[in-house]
Design a binder for this molecule. Structure first.
Ligand code: AHM
Ligand code: MG
Length: 337
């Protein structure tokens, strides 16, 4: 891509690419714009987290007499508020909420077509120790008729029906990375002026990688196929041993692996029969991004995006990253059956 593209702002990029999206009502563009705005507000708050001793911890009252909120609650409120107030979508499901939220469900005139599923602040246990966290989002067209209240069916769609997905990583710099099904592009926030710039056009997972990311503390509880694959990663042969890197923030581990080449695994274990990660808020959007970036996402046997969801907070084992690495892990899973 020509260097001039790298000066493009996210706002310009959205306008320029709106027409390449197959449903060109502009609604999806407004939706990405609202996520961009909420991301900036949350970024500002995340960056202040280290000041907690000075401005007060969650549960305290701040100098303006406002209650300090936990950051994950704050992020949840900001994303929901932004999308609701601007009347952008017809429904939202959040990892932080027990049930989905119907927007203007009584309003027969609600013509919005999209629902959003969001994990507002993933990896939030990392905040206290100044480690990157992220926001993950997934967008579907509703399946029930426009103008009627949204139902659970609008949210329980297979990942292969997603029209957009992305994440924000609040890292050494803050980035918004998303896809609308036409590749993956990454935008870096210039905090001085509050603008996202296209910094990583057409992101691609290398087909092979040398990084494996898994919580090895759970090793003895993993299925045999995963144990064998981990041993394979550690074996001295060819380009192995691989390097182990695990931040414990899915967005950051995924982001690094997409740039450098690697595999992320959160398998099932004898402690958690379906692993930990949520199909709808975490795995589906990351799987869509991975496939759009020439990578792969699997539960060990099946493509993540073909799993039929049965409930909002469903968990699934998750293996995601460079294509050849994921296929090798799947081979180990099959051979251990
Ligand atoms: P969360 O949604 O409660 O933040 O949990 C999801 C996070 C992922 O970001 C991360 O990859 C994983 O949990 C880490 O879990 P563990 O500490 O069990 O390794
Ligand atoms: Mg999460």
């Amino acid at each position: 891509m020509a260097n001039s593209k790298l000066n493009q702002t996210l706002g310009e990029f959205i306008i320029e690419n709106q027409s390449s999206f197959k449903y060109t009502s502009g609604e999806l563009s407004r939706l990405i714009n609202s996520i961009r705005l909420a991301a900036k507000v949350v970024n500002h708050e995340v960056n202040k987290a280290g000041l907690v001793d000075i401005i007060g911890a969650a549960g305290d009252t701040n100098i303006q007499g406002e209650d300090q909120q936990k950051l994950d609650v704050y992020a949840n409120d900001k994303f929901i508020q932004t999308m609701t107030k601007r009347n952008i979508v017809c429904g939202i499901a959040s990892e932080e909420e027990d049930d989905f939220i119907a927007i203007n469900s009584q309003d027969e005139n609600n013509q919005n077509k999209y629902v959003v599923l969001i994990d507002p602040l993933d990896g939030s246990s990392n905040i206290d120790v100044n480690v990157s966290v992220g926001t993950i989002f997934s967008v579907f067209r509703r399946v029930t008729p426009v103008g009627t209240p949204v139902t659970i069916d609008d949210f329980l769609q297979k990942g292969n029906q997603q029209v957009a997905a992305g994440y924000v990583v609040y890292g050494t710099s803050t980035m918004l990375v998303y896809t609308t099904g036409d590749g993956v592009n990454g935008f870096t926030l210039n905090p001085a002026i509050g603008t996202f710039y296209l910094s990583h056009p057409d992101m691609q997972f290398p087909e092979d990688g040398k990084i494996y990311s898994v919580n090895e503390g759970n090793y003895i509880h993993f299925p045999l196929g995963i144990k064998n694959y981990i041993k394979y990663c550690q074996m001295e042969e060819g380009d192995r041993p691989y390097t182990s890197r695990y931040i414990g923030s899915l967005v950051s581990d995924f982001h690094r692996n997409m740039i450098k080449g690697g595999i992320y695994m959160y398998p099932k274990s004898s402690l958690a029969s379906n692993g930990k990660l949520r199909l709808l808020y975490e795995c589906n959007p990351m799987a869509f991004l991975a496939e759009q970036a020439n990578g792969k996402a699997s539960d060990g046997f099946n493509r993540i995006m073909e799993i039929e969801p049965t409930e909002l907070h469903q968990r699934v084992p998750f293996i995601c990253g460079s294509k050849n690495m994921v296929e090798k892990a799947e081979e180990f899973m099959r051979n251990a059956e």
